[in-house]
Design a protein around this ligand. Sequence first.
Ligand code: ADP
Ligand code: MG
Length: 408
Amino acid sequence: MQIIVQKFGGTSLATEERRAQVAAKVLEAVQEGYSPVVVVSAIGRSGDPYATDTFLNMVKGIYSDLPKRELDLLMSCGEVISGTVLVSTLSKLGMKAVLMTGGQAGIITNNDFGDARIVRVEPAEILGQLAEGNVVVVTGFQGVTESGQVTTLGRGGSDTTASALGVALEAEAIDIYTDVEGIMTADPRIVENARILDTVTYNEICNLAYQGAKVIHPRAVEIAMQRNIPLRIKSTFSEAPGTLVTNIHPNREVGTDITFDRIIAGIAHTANVTQLKILTADESNKHLTDKRIFKAMALADISVDFISVQPEAVLYTVSNDIAAKAVEILENMDFKPEIVPSCAKVSIVGAGIAGVPGVMADMVEALSDAGVTILQSADSHTTIWVLVHQTDMVTAIQALHKKFKLDI
Ligand code: ADP
Ligand code: MG
């Protein structure tokens, strides 16, 4: 049995016309001799009748302390609805299809309601259904704990479901179908002439995803990478080949030592962050102070990013919506943080960055020519990050896209 996992996002499932296009992709896989396992997200976005956010908004104003366990039960409904509707479309087209919830599909998670991790997959039920010739539709974004409690996997969780199933079922490929024709050099909503990438490495897409390119969830990439299962990002609405994610760099031929033509694969961004700077030069015990600051953030469950510990200061960013809480904690500790509200982190990512001199120089030149102030920067062997004012974000991304010739 040659299994293929096909994941369809919310926009692909929104109307019966689109679901017919989804069904056509499933039928194509069947005709090619594959046994498809189809993972679905909930239909639509916030405000749409069956979207997960819509369900959450229904209870939000009533009782603010509803336990996470109950919230997860509510949040798991969207995929049950989209899955049922898709099964009916598949059946109408003559395919034999069954729907399974995450629990029925054997997806076992930890107890972290709202952001659960998959601990293992028991694929026997799915394999049984496939053996009987059924297309198996699985509700994405959810699983069950060892004791059978329904959990959800956090934002982008359906991608994670697809990858976990791909690994557990030793699938030939994991196809992530969405509303763009592949992974692009930047978010097409910001850069008009962003280009589709034919191939990217797991590492590049993982970094792009962690830095905000929400086309695929980074955890999903990590899972597929562990077993080297080919991951493809494709459009539900076209025949374009999409982007293939593998561990082979497109400019490196196996066994040769050629230099990389492509230094940068793409640009990602994360908006709505606040930079906090705490001057610590006057502290008698600087080490202890640094530790106290980060301990206090951790205790309050505030996740920090872009950390820079310097001899005279500690800098880091938090998301805008928890900035006030972070500041309050710092003030209660007698610090007077300097605050730069509404910043954005812009990242250039490429397996070719390592060892190529001048990339940072080009980045600084592009940004300063465009009149963008760099508030902070950092780098690794595959990524360079800069923090800019959010009002400069679009200008910065467009200037970098041009500078690194990503549109050609
Ligand atoms: P789905 O509902 O199918 O999961 P998502 O909205 O999660 O879809 O992801 C697809 C969207 O990701 C695209 O419509 C696009 O606007 C956005 N996106 C952001 N960065 C990129 C990128 N580098 N390449 C492609 N799409 C991107
Ligand atoms: Mg998505």
